[in-house]
Design a protein around this ligand. Structure first.
Ligand code: HEM
Length: 170
């Protein structure tokens, strides 16, 4: 990202994305953070301002680290496009997909760099880690607002997934 224009908002100027989670870098070039996150429900109301502030306060020697999670119905790391409909019906065929993201300032250019490392695991193995893991996942999935669940492609599976997860979570 590089600050651009009168307001010096960071916009995406270059990138390589080996493991896109159903988005495409080409459509993000030239966009600021609000525009990049346009497809993300509730971003403008709940997250956008905090992201802009974080970007403005970035330090080179202190990368910011965050994580993102989703559940997917295909294990390809390279998924630039969301399929038009669900690929499986059985919740035990789903995958947990986690991203470790970092964001840091690049002092020589005044820009910043965003990195994403993607991890995934069959949901059956992930849940087998323990009742605390299963229980956290259960409440995350249950609490997701419908529009966010739809964006994450979880809405279709939600009820079947919760029913399957419940015994592991208690
Ligand atoms: C503090 C920093 C950031 C926060 C809190 C944040 C938050 C989010 C959230 C909540 C989502 C939705 C993910 C989901 O629910 O599965 C998202 C998606 C995304 N974020 Fe960020 N983000 C941050 C920084 C960035 C930066 C620096 C970029 C740089 C390009 C970026 C690019 C994206 C993209 C491309 C998506 C997918 C959008 C789509 O579906 O088209 N994010 N982000």
């Amino acid at each position: 990202m590089q600050p651009t224009g009168d307001d010096q908002q960071p916009v995406v100027v270059a990138g390589v994305v080996c493991s896109p989670s159903r988005w495409n870098i080409q459509t993000k070039l030239g966009s600021n953070m609000m525009a990049v996150h346009n497809p993300v429900p509730q971003y403008v109301d709940h997250v956008g301002k905090a992201v802009d502030t974080t970007m403005a306060r970035l330090r080179a020697n202190q990368p910011m680290v965050r994580s993102n999670w989703t559940i997917e119905d295909h294990c390809a790391l390279f998924q630039p496009v969301a399929p038009s409909g669900p690929l499986v019906q059985d919740p035990t065929k789903l995958w947990i997909r986690m991203e470790r993201q970092t964001l840091r300032a690049l002092p020589q250019t005044g820009g910043s760099m965003f990195t994403i490392r993607t991890y995934q695991q069959p949901i059956t193995e992930y849940v087998a880690r323990g009742a605390d893991v299963a229980s956290t996942l259960y409440s995350l999935v249950k609490r997701l607002p419908d529009d966010v669940a739809k964006y994450k492609s979880i809405l279709h599976y939600r009820e079947a997934l919760l029913e399957w997860l419940a015994p592991f979570a208690s």
